[in-house]
Design a protein around this ligand. Structure first.
Ligand code: ARG
Length: 473
């Protein structure tokens, strides 16, 4: 109910679009709950594109005259210009974007405007506009993901040899390379992109021509409007065309999964940039200070990326719950689909951009990573593997022997590599000097050459493949 929103008034004249059977206008509260213009004005381009396609088709089919079509197209072009330069007065009395544009068209061209809505309803109109918007949104999310992947691949290439601790349960497990860690996210984001691509392909069908719900008696050419709007085909069932919003659900589902991936990476950045880890430093451009503690540099952008996931998942939930009890065909509940979808997509778009910036700008503290990588007996598995490979010990026994050596090192307060050969042989007689060659962090990561493993050569090769794939797009 703020004044900055579109003009609202409780005028008592009936609605100019559908007021034929109404004696009085809506109450102010009715208008407040009914109007969606503050949200759906974002669909203006799609609405105008849909109307142009419809007008062209109506004229081609002889349903309206060429003169009326030309007037309609001229008026729509003028409206597009008015909106794009901020000279269009959006009005809550005119409820939504469809009626705002149509009423303005009537202001501009008079009675011919009234012919545009022949064989069309706001039900197929809004479904068309919204599909077009979601299609473009999927494309934007894919571009945002490519940019983020590019930033990560660049870090992976630079840090193919940089060792860091790999964790399970957030306990040091085995050394990995930072490049390998970055590429793990590149893989996740590739699948996210695939989900947006799938959603985009599935939503690309044309509802226009379904009219209110039952189709129309006018001889429409739905193939023609499909082709001019870039849809693959007209939707085959008019009830489905006006009632389904699974395309928005899919978009938000893809966004939610992607947001979870962004959030996990954000959480890592929060950890890594803490004094306790000291693995990375964020640039000033992507961090903030504290108003009271002069030494602080806070990873706010990462924290907000982490938070956005909650919001996006919330948007998906709201839309699922809004739809779940709706009978066919259109119900006004569905008007609330757009606010959630816009919110979720805006949030993800911003999070992807912020994450790309943070990753690109971030500096890596290789010395701290290397020190941490070598601590907490991280090469214990390498020792066990050596016992298996060189002494032909069954792995279970090797695990036991290694455990005893770790306990010994721990009680002496040293690393495994600092034990003497005598110490080693006091636990397992047949151990030789050669064992020390596998106890360094560098040897450990270099040995992980299995497909998909963390060896620097693997990482370099994968990074190059990704670089090529991403520049090919
Ligand atoms: N603003 C409406 C929406 O977004 C447009 C469709 C209105 N249709 C109707 N039958 N009232 O859903």
């Amino acid at each position: 109910m703020t004044d900055s929103k579109s003009t609202k008034s409780s005028n008592h004249t009936s609605n100019e679009m559908w007021g034929g059977r109404f004696a009085a206008g809506p109450s102010a509260i009715m208008q407040e709950i009914n109007a969606s213009i503050d949200i759906d004005k974002r669909l203006w381009r799609e609405d105008i594109d849909g109307s142009k396609a419809h007008a062209n088709m109506l004229a081609a089919q002889g349903i309206i005259t060429a003169e009326d079509r030309d007037q309609i197209l001229g008026g729509l072009a003028k409206i597009a210009e008015e909106i794009s330069i901020g000279a269009f007065a959006f009005s809550a009395e005119r409820e939504d974007i469809h009626m705002n544009i149509e009423a303005r068209l009537a202001d501009l061209i008079g009675p011919a405007a009234g012919r545009l809505h022949t064989a069309r309803s706001r039900n197929d109109q809004v479904a068309t506009d919204f599909r077009l918007w979601c299609r473009a949104a999927a494309t934007r999310m894919m571009a945002g993901l490519s940019a983020l992947q590019t930033a990560l691949v660049e870090k992976a290439e630079t840090h193919a040899d940089t060792v860091m601790p790999g964790f399970t349960h957030l306990q040091t497990a085995q050394p990995v390379t930072f490049g390998h860690h970055c590429l793990a996210y590149v893989e996740m984001f590739a699948r996210d992109k695939g989900r947006f691509e799938d959603a985009r392909a599935r939503l690309n069908e044309n509802p226009l021509g379904a009219a209110a719900l039952a189709g129309t008696s006018f001889p429409l050419d739905r193939e023609a409007t499909s082709a001019s709007l870039g849809f693959d085909r007209p939707m085959a069932n008019s009830l489905d065309a006006v009632s389904s919003r699974d395309f928005a659900l899919e978009l938000l589902a893809a966004a939610s999964i992607c947001a979870v991936h962004v959030s996990r990476l954000a959480e890592e950045i929060v950890n890594w940039s803490s004094a306790q880890f000291g693995f990375v430093q964020l640039s000033d451009r992507f961090s903030t200070g504290s108003s009271i503690m002069p030494q602080k540099k806070n990873p706010d952008a990462a924290e907000l990326c982490r938070a956005k996931s909650g919001r996006i998942i919330g948007d998906l939930n709201a839309l699922l719950i809004m739809l779940k009890g709706l009978p066919l065909a259109y119900s006004k509940d569905m008007q609330e689909d757009k606010e959630q979808t816009f919110d979720g997509i805006d949030a993800l778009e911003l999070a992807l951009a912020a994450m790309s910036g943070m990753i690109s700008d971030m500096s890596v503290n290789e010395a701290n990573m290397a020190a941490a990588a070598g601590s907490a007996f991280s090469t214990a598995t390498d020792l066990a593997d050596w016992l298996v490979r060189v002494l032909n010990m069954p792995f279970r026994q090797a695990h036991h022997v290694t455990g005893a050596l770790v306990a010994m090192a721990e009680s002496k307060g040293v690393d495994l590599a600092d034990l003497s050969l005598d110490d080693m042989q006091s636990v397992e007689q047949s151990i030789t000097q050669d064992v020390f060659s596998v106890l360094t962090v560098e040897a450990s990561v270099a040995s992980r050459t299995s497909f998909g493993g963390t060896a620097p050569d693997n990482v370099r090769q994968q990074a190059r493949q990704w670089q090529a794939a991403l520049t090919d797009q």
